[in-house]
Design a protein around this ligand. Sequence first.
Ligand SMILES: [Zn+2]
Length: 156
Amino acid sequence: MSHHHDHEALHGLDEDGVRDRLKKAGLRPTKQRIELATLLWSQGCRHVTAERLHRESVDANIKVSLATIYNTLHQFTTSNLLREVIVDRGCSYFDTNIDPHHHFLCEDTGELSDIPHDQVEVKNLPAAPDGAVVSGVDVIIRIARKKTAAKQHAAH
Ligand SMILES: [Zn+2]
């Protein structure tokens, strides 16, 4: 069995490129999808929440509801244009990097950052239950700032 991913990302595509890429993914290139895709992929690899993309749309004068943003993000994910990273119940990031990789999650800022796939080795995985195969393993390493000893405030 081969697990096929289309690694051709949308980073750096112009509007025509985005339109072609959406079509190839089986999505009708509506004006709204093109606008949101351009917002998503114009800034290099990144991880965005639906709320953040909604704020960016408002700032860019794209009139779109949060519900539409959610729908669009899920359509992009289903079409393998994005990868959803669920970090907690009720908190998903949408990752423009669809190649296999892992993440650091900073508990102080809530930011995700990428860890290259080959920097994590997962050993002793249990066998998949009957009738199932392992389709992927992704690791989230939770990090927090080191607690420094009582900070010295400027002396009074
Ligand atoms: Zn990532």
